[in-house]
Every structure is written in C-alpha cells, then in structure tokens.
Design a binder for this molecule. Structure first.
Ligand SMILES: [Zn+2]
Length: 74
C-alpha cells in the first residue's frame, strides 16, 4: 500500500509586488534618554522624567548611572 504524499509547494514569487505600500508608523520618535554626566552612558531615565522619580540623580550635578553613583558614594 502506497500513500501518495506528494506535497504541493506553493511558492509565491510575486508576494513583494502584491504587498501594499504602507508608510512606516511614526513610532520611531525615540524617547530621549538622559545620559550619565560622568561616563556618558545612557541611563534608563528619559529626559522628560521628573527628577523626583529617578534614582542616582544628583541635584546640581545631573543624572548619574548606577555605577558612577556608587563610585562617588563609596
Ligand atoms: Zn556613569
């Protein structure tokens, strides 16, 4: 007994030409992150975030990353 298991390969060669042209959504408006004032590394805190909600922020100095903050306070 033989089962004819021939698979039908469906190749869509023209799929790219069929695809509708969609303008990229304006999601690439990247949130600008504050950088560490000491090592210039990007911190996880966006510039628009109030300093009261941040960690490792030094008044009069600016945003520090965790590493620099610990370096300074040790
Ligand atoms: Zn740093």
């Amino acid at each position: 007994m033989m089962n004819n298991m021939k698979r039908v390969q469906h190749r869509e060669k023209n799929v790219t030409s069929v695809r509708p042209i969609v303008e990229p959504a304006p999601q690439n408006v990247k949130l600008e992150m504050d950088k560490c004032v000491s090592c210039d590394k990007e911190t996880p805190y966006p510039k628009i975030l109030h300093i009261g909600y941040r960690c490792y922020y030094m008044e009069g100095v600016g945003q520090l990353c965790k590493e620099c903050y610990e370096k300074i306070y040790k």
